[in-house]
Write a new protein. Structure first.
Length: 252
């Protein structure tokens, strides 16, 4: 049975989807059967891998019980990478799930029949700590926390860590933090260097060695429906995600 990772941070725009797409692609390219589950109603991970965001069935149908995970799986253009796509209908799950007893286990239970097919499963979470993210954290073995190297990115870390501790205590005792990932890093600025130093000082054993730089190619790639390693495999962003994938695999 493989390892399931949630890519989570309640703050938007820190690189969750970019990290989920590119780490999944790098791991799959290395020969590990990989599943990317898009549980963000924006469906950016789905579109970023060249799939339409109106596919049916989607993860919404799976969580709602109207389809199985097997029925919703879609192949991607990356060898070895399968996608369980999102759709805008997923936004309704934020209102529906709290009304259902035991709803925090819906995603975990839905993925259970297919887990043995994949070495790695990555869950791309929405930018909130709502019912969908809770479902992902209950289904996950480990969490990767992208942290943008800017001031406001630090402010939400304490709240996120408190939430992770609550999930560990009440719902998923096996959940651990795989690591914090510094993203959108511009080493030319003093602020970015200061934020990196502060995060590493506060969480010395949790921060990945790899740092994801600000890189135009990373930003361009989703508009072509492909990960950066296919868009420009020689750019700094592709190199960084390859190195990160090695770290993730080594910690699995």
């Amino acid at each position: 049975m493989g390892t399931t990772y949630a890519i989570a941070n309640q703050k938007g725009g820190v690189g969750k989807t970019t990290t989920a797409v590119n780490v999944a692609a790098c791991i799959a390219e290395a020969g590990y059967p990989t599943l990317l589950v898009d549980i963000d109603p924006q469906a950016n991970a789905t579109v970023g891998l060249g799939l339409a965001k109106d596919l049916e069935p989607s993860i919404y149908d799976v969580i709602s019980g109207d389809a199985t995970a097997e029925e919703a799986l879609r192949p991607s253009d990356v060898d070895g990478l399968t996608v369980l796509p999102a759709s805008p209908h997923l936004a309704g799950a934020n209102m529906e799930l709290p009304r259902i007893a035991g709803s925090e286990n819906r995603l975990r239970d839905a993925l259970e029949p297919i887990k043995d097919r994949f070495e790695f499963i990555l869950l791309d979470c929405p930018p909130s700590l709502g019912p969908l993210t809770v479902n992902a954290l209950v289904a996950a073995d480990r969490v990767i926390v992208p942290v943008q190297t800017e001031y406001f990115a630090l402010e939400g870390l304490a709240g996120l860590l408190d939430t992770l501790a609550l999930i560990q205590r009440e719902l998923n005792p096996r959940l651990t933090i795989a690591g914090m990932l510094l993203t959108m890093h511009d080493s030319r600025t003093r602020l970015a260097r200061d934020v990196e130093r502060e995060v590493r000082e506060h969480f010395p054993s949790l921060v990945f060695d790899t740092v994801i730089p600000r890189n135009v190619r990373i930003g361009e790639a989703p508009s072509y429906g492909r990960p950066v390693i296919h868009h420009d495999p020689l750019c700094a962003g592709a190199d960084a995600y390859f190195e990160l994938a090695k770290e993730v695999a080594a910690r699995a």
